[in-house]
Ligand binder design. Structure first.
Ligand code: ATP
Ligand code: MG
Length: 626
């Protein structure tokens, strides 16, 4: 991939070339187009090799908002970037491809506007959170190519670092009569909350004197009560309990939870709620644009109210952060909810969170996806407010487009059948040469021996050929056997085949033409319609190859409350013993190749051992799901 910056007289435009497609972005315009529309501008192209983006960003409504804020100087503050975003995962599981969208949106905007993006762990629920998840999330964000460091400063934060401030602000709200301790039972509270369309009922504790609420709140902190005995709720307005937005019916901001926290240990037995913690954390970190998914749109009025109220109380200065929502990523043939992914792991349907069939980023990484392909995918799907299902083929296509220009080629036989070259001398070999990449001569050449016994694919021989079959077919009474080119080797003619007692073809016999070697002058004298891949039996690398496919057969496995486990693809993993081109025994974890005609493969990063790689099929060469 090549990234160019083009400086026009009247505007700036970024263009990306990926394969044959060029993508471009000018300020205010987006172009998805053909090469020539940009090519004749190439004299003004200056290469920007330092550009960190894997793809040029397309304009979208969020960037439009940022552009407008920059123009208006909304977030101009001395010594601070005008764009500060954050990615706020809860450390309660592994990140999945949906999170990648959010990461690319938040870190991508910060990067492109010379701002910064904070990584913040929203760790306010001690029961579900663990250090293990914190570690893997940090590792994954880095792997994706993003950094929370800027100017030598790390912007790695934890909501739990703000527990004391959050507590003080809650005392302030109570003192102001804007929050109260509610001592209803959980059942009564649920009942009194009302329903969608039915207003709620005020809690009998709603008018509790601030001094009384404050005393109880302090005792809550001191550990004098059991879980669930009291909670703290906010009253935004007198008639909040009648709000059509259920989220505004006196939202809870603190609860009692006697639980060990992975960072604060046993220092606290009351924990702030997410809806309360999130805006305050944003404000404490001087976030400018708090970008989140659409389900938080209904929470925005509370977000705004809380920050306005607290800045009026002197806790923050204006401008406070603003929240903007975009649609979640839904991908066909996958489930994305952490709960369902956990079920697949717990019930051992997959081998773990990093099983190469999982939509987790650790799974996709192990499967062989590159960070660039995921960034490219996120760029292609764009950002909007429209809820849509993205087809899995878009993700696979991004991977192919990323790997095609950079993956070295190699021969591999996945379902082997012996090919015996009868007229080739036993024990001898002839070196054959092939490009590492057919379109990139600078990547060099590779070589491998041609010998008497070779491996070919079982499907490259047909005893009784169907129409249009151009690979090996045996001689018949009125016709000689077919002629086929062994790629980068010789032309051969089929002379016969052997079967075992059960009638299975176990070997194919051919003669080769000495003067037909690829790349030699005589090679052109032969015209054949079939070319196949092969490896020398004596030199081939025997390796376990895992042929992964989609985990589900149904495009929407969990739509409408369906049992997603009924849609599992029983053939999502097939393991074969394959014969690979010599040299591949040296492949190390994460080395990727295109096995000619089969697809893209990666040396498994977990199970490969030195000298004995195990390969995963990342994806086939073409979309076979059409
Ligand atoms: P899940 O619902 O799968 O358990 P979550 O939303 O609870 O995920 P968080 O750790 O809270 O997971 O998410 C961190 C951020 O990632 C949030 O800002 C959330 O909006 C965003 N995010 C989660 N899932 C998606 C998705 N499918 N598409 C885009 N962004 C997502
Ligand atoms: Mg969440």
């Amino acid at each position: 991939m090549i990234i160019h910056q083009i400086g026009f007289i009247w505007k700036r435009c970024t263009v990306v070339q990926s394969n044959n497609l060029w993508y471009g972005r000018g300020v205010g315009t987006v172009k998805w187009g053909l090469p020539y529309s940009f090519k004749h501008l190439s004299m003004s192209i200056e290469k920007n090799s330092a550009a960190p983006a894997a793809t040029a960003p397309s304009s979208n409504f969020l960037r439009g908002i940022v552009d407008a804020d920059l123009a208006a100087g909304t977030h101009d503050r001395p010594g601070m970037p005008s764009v500060i975003t954050r990615f706020p995962p809860e450390p309660n599981g592994y990140l999945h491809i949906g999170h990648a969208k959010s990461i690319c949106v938040n870190f991508g905007i910060a990067r492109d506007y010379n701002g910064r993006c904070h990584l913040r762990f929203d760790d306010t629920n001690p029961a579900k959170e663990e250090q293990e998840y914190v570690d893997t999330i940090m590792d994954t964000v880095k792997w994706l190519g993003f950094s929370w460091e800027q100017g030598g400063e790390e912007y790695l934060h934890y909501a739990s670092d703000y527990f004391e401030q959050l507590y003080q602000m809650a005392e302030y709200l109570i003192n102001q009569g804007l929050a109260y301790v509610d001592s209803q039972s959980a059942d009564d509270m649920a009942k009194n909350r009302g329903n969608f369309g039915t207003p709620g009922t005020n809690s009998p504790f709603r008018d509790r004197a601030p001094a009384e609420s404050l005393a109880i709140f302090r005792d809550m902190r001191a550990g004098k009560y059991k879980d669930g005995e009291h909670i703290v709720r906010v009253k935004m307005a007198d008639d909040s309990m009648a709000s059509p937005n259920m989220n505004l019916r006196d939202p809870a901001i603190y609860r009692i939870r006697h639980a060990h926290h992975h960072r604060t240990g046993d220092a606290w037995c009351i924990y702030p709620m997410y809806d309360y913690t999130h805006p305050i954390s944003d404000a404490l970190e001087n976030i400018t644009h708090s970008l989140c998914t659409l389900e938080f749109a209904d929470h925005r009025p509370f977000y705004d109210w809380l920050l306005e109220t607290l800045s009026a109380g002197g806790f923050f200065t204006q401008p406070v952060p603003r929240q903007f929502e975009f649609s979640r990523l839904n991908l066909t043939y996958l489930v994305m909810s952490k709960r369902k992914l956990r079920q697949l792991v717990d019930e051992k349907i997959v081998s773990g969170w990093d099983d190469p069939r999982m939509p987790t980023l650790v799974g996709l990484r192990r499967r062989g996806y590159t960070p660039e392909s995921i960034q490219l995918f996120c760029e292609r799907i764009g950002v909007s407010k429209a809820d849509a299902w993205i087809d899995m083929s878009t993700l696979e296509g991004s991977l192919r487009d990323d790997l095609d220009p950079k993956a070295p080629r190699a021969a591999a036989v996945l379902r082997p059948l012996k090919l015996i070259v009868d007229n080739f001398p036993e024990g001898e070999s002839i070196e054959c040469t092939a490009p590492v990449h057919p379109h990139h001569p600078e990547m060099g050449t590779r070589s491998f021996p041609f010998t008497k016994e070779l491996w070919i694919e079982q499907e490259d021989f047909m005893e009784t050929p169907v129409k249009g079959y151009f690979r090996f077919t045996p001689p018949t009474a009125d016709k000689p056997g077919s002629r086929v080119r062994l790629k980068y080797g010789f032309i051969t003619e089929c002379t016969g085949f052997d079967k075992d007692a059960d009638g299975n073809v176990i070997a194919v016999h051919v003669n080769y033409f000495e003067d037909s070697k690829s790349g030699t002058p005589g090679a052109d004298n032969y015209k054949v319609k079939g070319t196949i891949t092969w490896v020398s039996a004596a030199h081939a690398v025997e390796a376990e190859v895992r042929l992964y496919d989609r985990l589900f057969l149904d495009a929407n496995p969990d739509a409408g409350g369906k049992d997603f486990k009924l849609a599992l693809n029983p053939n999502a993993l097939e393991t074969v013993t394959a014969y690979l081109e010599p040299g591949l025994e040296n492949a190390v974890a994460d080395d990727r190749f295109q096995f000619e005609r089969h697809g893209y493969f990666v040396a498994d990063r977990v199970d490969s051992t030195p000298g004995k790689p195990i390969f995963n099929r990342v994806t086939t060469l073409k979309d076979s799901w059409k």
